[in-house]
Structures are given as C-alpha cells and as structure tokens.
Design a protein around this ligand. Structure first.
Ligand code: MG
Length: 206
C-alpha cells in the first residue's frame, strides 16, 4: 500500500511537550498526562487570549521545539517493517515548508528519514491569508493533506487530527486514527482507531 503518515502526535510526541511549555509560561494547571492534548487550549480563553496563544506558538516553533521532540518508542521499528513488507511511505505534515530543514534533520536523527519515499510539508501558498498567523488551521491542513493524498494516490493515511482524518475518510482514503484524547469522538466506515504503532503493525499483518 501507499501510506501517508503524519508527523506530530503520530511519529513525534508533540502535544504533551507543547502543553507543558505552555503551562510553564502562563502558570496554568494541566491534568493527568494521559489527558493532555490540544483540546485543552480551547479552554484557556479566560487565562490566555487566542492572540497571545498565537504569539506563543510562533515563538516556540521558531525555536528548538521541533528538534527536541521524542519519537514514539515503537515507531522506527514498525516503519522499517512496513517498508520491508513493500509498503510505500510518504511523510506528510502540515508544518510549514520553511521548517523542512529542522524536520528532516530530526527524522534523520531518529533514524527514520530513509523510510520515506518523500517528505511533504505545507507550501506557503496553502496558508489562508485571512487566517491569523500562527493559529492552527485544521481546515486548511485537511484540504492540503487530502489533495496530496489524491495526487499521490494513497491507499491509507496515519493521522491524529479529527478534522483532517474525517476529511481524508470522506474523500475515500482509509484512515488509521492514532488514538489521542482529542480525537475520541471520531468513528467512521473508513476510520480504524489504533493505539500506537504496534497495533498498526497488527492491522497491516506485520
Ligand atoms: Mg498530527
């Protein structure tokens, strides 16, 4: 199969690291680690304005954040098995194209860059000009990933974002939804929920 694979919160452990830094900066309380996720940012309005959250995001992403993320422990081995089994892997992230260097350096350090046929980041032209800079744009990212999935004729996509996963599934692409606290509501015909890489390997018969 030709399989698209998202980076953040699928390969890289991202939300927990992000929310921890956020909580440190603004001195807000976080729940138990298992429930930490992007959905919590929505509840921050009384404490940290959306505009301030955008500034925080830009500052963090312009720094060393992406180079310091951990990879999910069983991810590298399963990627290797997938390639060995004949699957073609495409790493597809909504990170901006200008983050290619930091992204590919990280993938190389984690020993997984060579498993990808190609690494795709979101091109400049795909950003909606009217949309606040620095704010997470799930709809724009869903359009981008779905268009690319069709161009590449992907059979499946590994994703954690609920809007992106639903858009891909609606477009006829099988989704392996990596279980996260923020995507528990999504079910669908073409959506298979997996609790990590080892479970994905089982679904693929590896
Ligand atoms: Mg993601």
């Amino acid at each position: 199969m030709k399989i698209g694979i998202d980076l953040d919160d699928v390969m890289a452990i991202c939300a927990v690291a992000y929310l921890r830094k956020f909580a440190e900066e603004y001195r807000v309380e976080l729940p138990d680690e298992r429930e930490i996720g992007w959905h919590l940012l929505r509840d921050m309005d009384p404490y940290v304005s959306p505009e301030e959250r955008d500034r925080f995001r830009i500052k963090l992403y312009d720094g060393t954040f992406f180079s310091e993320l951990e990879v999910y422990e069983d991810c590298p081995a399963v990627l290797e098995q997938m390639v060995a089994a004949g699957h073609e892997l495409y790493f597809i992230t909504a990170r901006a194209e200008r983050r290619r260097y930091i992204t590919e350096t990280w993938l190389r350090e984690k020993g997984i860059l060579d498993h990808a046929k190609a690494v795709h980041l979101k091109p400049i032209g795909d950003f909606r000009p009217e949309y606040p800079r620095g704010r997470y744009d799930a709809t724009g990212s869903a359009e981008y990933k779905t268009r690319l999935a069709k161009e590449l004729v992907l059979d499946a996509f590994c994703e954690d974002d609920i809007v992106i996963a639903k858009t891909l599934a609606d477009a006829g692409i099988r989704v392996f939804l990596f279980d996260q606290p923020w995507n528990r509501d999504l079910v669908g015909d073409r959506v298979t929920r997996v609790h990590g890489w080892t479970e994905l390997a089982q679904h693929l018969g590896l």
